[in-house]
Design a protein around this ligand. Sequence first.
Ligand SMILES: NC(=O)c1ccc[n+]([C@@H]2O[C@H](COP(=O)([O-])OP(=O)(O)OC[C@H]3O[C@@H](n4cnc5c(N)ncnc54)[C@H](OP(=O)(O)O)[C@@H]3O)[C@@H](O)[C@H]2O)c1
Length: 250
Amino acid sequence: MHVLILGGTSEGRRLAEALVADPALRVTSSLAGRVAQPRLPAGEVRVGGFGGAAGLAGWLRGHRVDALIDATHPFAETMSRNAAVAAAETGVPLLALRRPSWLPEDGDRWHPVPSLAAAADALPGLGARVFLTTGRQGIAAFAHLDALWFLARSVEPPVAPMPASAEVLLERGPFALDGERELLRAHRIDVLVTKDSGSAATAPKLTAARELGLPVVVVQRPAAPQGVRTAPDLAGAVNWLQELRSQASG
Ligand SMILES: NC(=O)c1ccc[n+]([C@@H]2O[C@H](COP(=O)([O-])OP(=O)(O)OC[C@H]3O[C@@H](n4cnc5c(N)ncnc54)[C@H](OP(=O)(O)O)[C@@H]3O)[C@@H](O)[C@H]2O)c1
């Protein structure tokens, strides 16, 4: 059985690692190619876009893919939509691996917003020194906020335009609570901006913000494609593949 994992996340990598141990599976992971030195998943890896939903459908047919797992980041909206369209067109079974959203806890001062633009609108009322963790493509939405200072953290250098007053921190998670607490204190941060990625690797910043009583602007996830089966974790994905194999052999 040939399984294609649409990756670019720690879940995608962990899933590939779990599946390659099974000799009955051929496992290919697909990466977008945004990161210069990605952490490569186990098994076969291909890099770069497919050329839209039609390109992905062609790839699924051409490489005789039997199961497609969308393990992309919850904000990779286009890729997830293309996966749904290509799966419907080719009849290849699709599962979306979606980690649950973060949930606020007692003491959190979260401001949920529907988009990066809405996050930018909310900021001036919340603080002047901003810790921005929306990824390198998410920084441009804040470029017009001249009165604010930004600490912008991303894996790769940000895409222009940048805010006039910004310091860039090139770092890749996971991030530990001690370091996040120290970062917020050292830069005298008074508001944090994040996407609701739901990742454990980047959640300590939320704990640090809670401890310091800081507001957090949380960009909510885009809607997932309708009618796609989802699993919240690796075990769910492994079970789904098992179901497919039972159906195929039965
Ligand atoms: N968005 C985030 O905040 C975020 C955060 C962490 C990691 N990531 C990862 O970074 C990658 C790009 O994210 P994005 O938000 O830019 O995606 P996107 O906007 O949904 O996708 C844009 C295009 O990039 C290509 N692409 C995306 N993911 C791909 C994959 N896994 N394999 C092959 N091509 C892919 C596709 O090109 P074609 O149409 O040519 O096929 C897609 O149409 C994803 O793999 C995602 O898991 C994203």
